[in-house]
Design a binder for this molecule. Structure first.
Ligand code: AMP
Ligand code: MG
Length: 178
């Protein structure tokens, strides 16, 4: 059994880098989509509204999604180390979720704050919050470290710089052992 958790701030190009994994037979599961399907869609219109729900609701759907994903076998999970809510940074991998998923590897996809800002501005399909990207990436490293220490997962950083998706995908494949 192998579970790889892939994280990164919104707009870093996480899903783009991860598409490389599909070619190698890995099943990709989007944590946010599972949360939405687990009932959040009865409360909010779209996925980008979930992080505005009361934290207690987010936790409830997060827990349900984590448990559902933990039964899926070998997966690469597209998710977040932290989610910026109006109440602060909520851990994407709190104790109960990271123990359920029991990942082998936690990947952080990162880029420069200016690159991420530009990517967010270009993507009109999503509702992105304005936030301190550098701080958010720092918080993500810290939250990933805690989840790693709790489970023994390794932490790997994949840099996804402008016009270098191929480099990022290659690094990602190496991390997956492919
Ligand atoms: P994404 O498509 O990766 O931007 O995820 C969409 C939304 O799903 C996020 O804005 C969060 O509200 C939610 N989400 C994704 N992963 C998690 C997680 N591990 N814990 C809590 N919420 C999550
Ligand atoms: Mg995505």
């Amino acid at each position: 059994m192998s579970v790889v958790v892939v994280t990164g701030v919104p707009g870093v190009g996480k899903s783009t880098v991860m598409n490389a994994a599909e070619e190698f037979g890995f099943k990709i599961v989007n944590f946010g989509s599972i949360m939405f399907e687990q009932g959040s869609k009865d409360e909010v219109r779209d996925r980008d509204a979930m992080r505005k729900l009361p934290v207690s609701s987010q936790r409830k759907y997060q827990k349900m999604a984590g448990e559902a994903i933990s039964k899926m076998g070998d997966v690469v999970v597209d998710t977040h180390a932290s989610i910026l809510t109006p109440a602060g940074y909520m851990p994407g991998l709190p104790e109960w979720t990271v123990r359920a998923l029991n990942p082998d590897i936690i990947v952080l996809v990162e880029a420069d704050a200016e690159e991420i800002e530009r990517r967010r501005n270009k993507d009109s399909s999503r509702i992105r919050d304005s936030d301190d990207i550098e701080l958010h990436q720092r918080v993500n490293r810290e939250y990933a470290a805690v989840a790693a220490v709790m489970t023994g997962a390794t932490v790997a950083i994949v840099e996804n710089h402008d016009n270098q998706v191929e480099v990022a995908a290659k690094r990602f494949r190496e991390i997956l052992g492919k």
